[in-house]
Design a protein around this ligand. Structure first.
Ligand code: HEM
Length: 151
């Protein structure tokens, strides 16, 4: 339980913290670059960040369900915050999987082929979904970390 919770929290920090950095700091600062350079910058950022998100997801799910079944004896023994965490967590994973296999794939191909319009359209989609996942992730972390003290 101790190791699983430590890994779980670290993976959550990497995923949610990475989205916060991209969305709140890189995005406004990247405005100084011209379109093609900006698209290449985001291509480089996502190419490094997204594999780490997959690793975080793997760790979150494995450690989460390990704690749930080995620590709490299954769904019946778990508090409301754990059910909410699981629900929001699965939603975040589905959203990320969509981003990865649809707009990110198209964005990558468009940047490599120099198709700026397609690139811009797909980058905008990625931005929107990352914004949603960032919001969900912040709510999830607040619920997950405070839940055990709820009355
Ligand atoms: C989807 C399946 C998931 C399951 C089954 C799960 C399960 C758990 C369990 C059993 C705990 C311990 C709670 C306690 O003892 O009160 C926990 C804690 C936590 N989880 Fe999850 N979790 C999941 C997904 C996620 C995701 C996707 C995130 C974040 C992106 C996340 C973030 C956290 C955080 C921040 C804590 C609290 C750590 C602490 O401060 O003690 N979990 N989770």
């Amino acid at each position: 339980m101790t190791l699983a919770l430590a890994l779980h929290a670290l993976a959550a920090v990497v995923w949610v913290g990475g989205m916060a950095f991209a969305y709140w700091f890189v995005r406004p600062a990247a405005g100084v670059l011209e379109g093609p350079d900006r698209q290449r910058l985001w291509r480089g950022i996502f190419a490094r960040f997204f594999p780490l998100v997959w690793l975080s997801i793997l760790i979150l799910l494995a450690s989460g369900y390990h704690m749930l079944f080995a620590g709490y004896g299954g769904f019946a023994g778990a508090g409301l915050h754990i059910h909410v965490m699981q629900g929001l967590g699965i939603l975040m994973v589905l959203i990320f999987a969509h981003v990865y296999f649809a707009p990110w794939r198209r964005f990558r191909q468009a940047v490599d082929a120099g198709e700026r319009e397609t690139g811009a359209r797909n980058l905008e989609q990625i931005r929107r979904f990352v914004g949603i996942n960032l919001g969900l992730g912040l709510v999830l972390v607040a619920i997950a970390s405070s839940g055990r003290y709820w009355p």
